[in-house]
Ligand binder design. Structure first.
Ligand SMILES: [Zn+2]
Length: 83
């Protein structure tokens, strides 16, 4: 489950709670929070600390960076025989 960090967009109008930012654990199915639950001013999502399967290209890039190799199918019906 991802943890979202929220912070006030307009710090002048915000309360102490959202001015310094706060973290919320949210389900993917939960609606995204757009206003502070305390003062009702607009807040923005800062970072998601954990994200699961965000995008395929992103995963490939991360896997490459981590030193993983992707196996490629050579062609139709072409596989390397191991035995
Ligand atoms: Zn607030």
């Amino acid at each position: 489950m991802p943890i979202y960090e929220f912070q006030a967009i307009d710090e002048d109008k915000s309360c102490e709670y959202c001015k310094s930012g706060f973290e919320l654990l949210m389900k993917f199915s939960d609606p995204h929070l757009v206003i502070c639950p305390k003062c009702g001013n607009q807040i923005g999502k800062k970072v998601s600390v954990t994200s699961v399967g965000s995008s395929k290209s992103g995963f490939d890039a991360r896997a490459k960076a981590a030193g993983f190799h992707k196996l490629k199918k050579l062609g139709k019906g072409e596989y390397e025989k191991k035995y």
